[in-house]
Design a protein around this ligand. Sequence first.
Ligand SMILES: [Ca+2]
Ligand SMILES: [Ca+2]
Length: 232
Amino acid sequence: MIISREVYLPKWTKVLLIVFAVCLVFALGGLCILGILYVRVSVQLSAKKTNGTSDLMCSATSIRRHLKTLCNVKRPFTHISKISKIKTTGCALCAVHWIHSGGKCYYYSTVKMNWTQSRDHCVTLGGHLVIINSKAEQDFVTSNVEETHWIGLNDVDTEGHWVWVNNQPVNNSVEFWMKRENEISEPDNWTKFHPDGEDCAGLGHPGGETDFWMDAYCFEEKRFVCEAAAAV
Ligand SMILES: [Ca+2]
Ligand SMILES: [Ca+2]
């Protein structure tokens, strides 16, 4: 025989259960709120991260733009590549393939031309056929040649009156014509192979030393030396 008994909870237990239920509801509500806040914060952090990346990309783009601007500014000077120290005036600039010495730039051609073509070619390169004004310049110019080269000196207009390409006559105290003992020295205006003689000057001749000046036929093709002022 089963005897059923009705269970009666104390009143304070009911109150506790009600309080517990209420707390549970608030706890669930709080979790929901925390969840929502978490999602919002995550979205905001993600947005900031994206903005930061965007800022970096903008910075990189800006740097690239500035570099491009600098490159564009530099482009007009790309023909100037050599920077040489000189004692009194700071830095001297010579174009590519030109050599600096004493505040001037020198270009030694790799091709051969007649004297007139050589003169004109130096002008197209921004200079002129070399004008030698001193022993030091003569020594420098000849130190870089191993075969005959044209220089900017001729007596085309008046035989025996040698002038540089700037129309200045040769300074008799600064001349380096080849001297021969017991023979005619240079310039000898040799006419054996051309009746008009030799009216253009070069360093040496095809088969000889290059340390001295010799007159030669202007139509001969030789390498040549150009000169230009260095940019300072
Ligand atoms: Ca002559
Ligand atoms: Ca000669």
